[in-house]
Design a protein around this ligand. Structure first.
Ligand code: NAD
Ligand code: ZN
Length: 357
């Protein structure tokens, strides 16, 4: 097992990579523990934590709202949970975001930890102390910054994850390689088959390296005033795609967003065509999409209403090389460049040769 620490402003968080669900009890008080679990995960794994009281969160992005929060508060009241209790969120990003928010707000805050069960949450969602729920169509609009005491990342639990969800996690893994680690990118190029096949050592290396990158960024900028924004690479277009269509998982939308942001980086003379081709090839080899047929005017409109933009413009995260990113203050009009970049990729996943047209 490998351990990493995130130092939040209120408290620290231990990331336990390669730890198992079976050892959960070693990190918990002997009693007064309440589990908030994803319902699908609970069906598969309840036998490993049935000594504790369990509240089912439900399953899927649609439950991540204040109605579910209120129901869970009610169940906690009925169980006479008070501030001396410990909350454990068990599930992917949805259950962990919900459980972290409930734990941070019920009676002004209870101690809490996570068992992170999806690839996306192991490499991203459950790390960094952002907890929250969606509100009136705005993603993660209500929430807190508060670190879980521990995050258990059990690679064995990924074996029951649907393939589409596995691929979603790879979207964020490639993002970490592109913004911060060329060696990791090369490793992915060489081991993409084993990666998608969830070979144990390969996945453990990728989860660990992702966690090192994300925790490093979060340790330097917990509340996203500066550097943490690099984690939004590929996300401006991805959020617009997710707003316009429910066809894509988050990681798939990020894949399309990263392909477009790489092309805009090429257009600004920051990276070469060969570099863009390498990026497109890796995403394709991992089974991730590079383009979408969604109407571009809808995408541009959604980007212009992105909550991360302000009246003067938008911060675009672009690449200066593989493993090297830069935040570029850009006019709002540059959102059109991102949407138009989709058309510069052909159906085989290569850059269209503009000079030959
Ligand atoms: N807090 C943050 O910093 C942060 C960062 C990125 C994403 N997020 C949030 O994370 C959420 C997405 O997370 P996600 O992709 O894990 O979604 P998710 O929690 O909905 O999990 C995806 C699906 O996989 C199932 N599942 C999870 N683990 C499983 C397992 N081991 N075996 C079988 N099925 C399993 C779930 O039931 C669900 O159907 C979004 O709500 C997003 O906003 C938060
Ligand atoms: Zn993301």
């Amino acid at each position: 097992m490998k351990e990493l620490t995130i130092t939040g402003r209120n408290s620290g968080s231990k990331l336990l990579i390669g730890e198992t669900l079976q050892n959960l009890k070693n990190y918990l008080p002997p009693d007064r523990v309440i589990v908030i679990a994803d319902s699908r995960v609970d069906q598969l794994y309840r036998q490993h934590y049935n000594r504790y009281q369990v509240i089912l969160a439900g399953e899927g992005e649609g439950i991540k709202n204040l109605t579910t929060v209120e129901r869970i508060y009610g169940e906690m009241l009925d169980l006479e949970v008070d501030r001396s209790w410990f909350v454990v969120g068990i599930g992917g990003g949805v259950a962990c975001d919900l459980a972290g928010y409930v734990a941070s707000t019920f009676m002004r805050g209870l101690r809490f930890g996570f068992v992170s069960t999806s690839l996306l949450s192991q490499v991203d969602a459950s790390l960094g102390g952002k907890n929250g729920v969606n509100f009136r169509g705005y993603k993660n609009h209500i929430g807190t910054f508060n670190q879980p005491e521990f995050v258990i990342c059990d690679a064995a639990m990924l074996s029951t994850l649907p393939l589409k969800e596995v691929l979603s996690g790879f979207g964020e893994i490639v993002k970490h390689a592109l913004i911060a680690d060329e060696t990791m990118f090369r490793f992915l190029e060489e081991h993409h088959r084993e990666a998608v096949g969830l070979h144990h050592g390969v996945v453990e290396y990728l989860v660990y390296t992702s966690a090192v990158i994300k925790s490093g960024v979060v340790n330097r900028d917990e509340t996203e005033k500066g550097e943490r924004r690099v984690l939004n690479f590929g996300h401006t277009l991805a959020h617009a795609i997710e707003k316009c269509s429910s066809q894509y998982t988050h990681g798939e939308a990020v894949s399309i967003g990263m392909a477009a942001a790489s092309i805009v980086s090429l257009q600004q003379g920051r990276i070469s065509e060969e570099t863009v081709e390498r990026i497109l090839k890796l995403l394709k080899n991992l089974g991730l999409p590079l383009k979408t047929g969604i109407d571009k005017t809808l995408l541009i409109d959604a980007m212009r209403h992105d909550k991360k933009r302000d009246d003067d413009g938008i911060d675009l995260v672009l690449l200066d090389g593989i493993g090297k990113c830069v935040i570029v203050r850009s006019p709002l009009a540059s959102t059109a460049d991102l949407a138009n970049a989709i058309d510069l990729i052909d159906d085989d996943g290569h850059l269209i040769n503009l000079t030959a047209l």
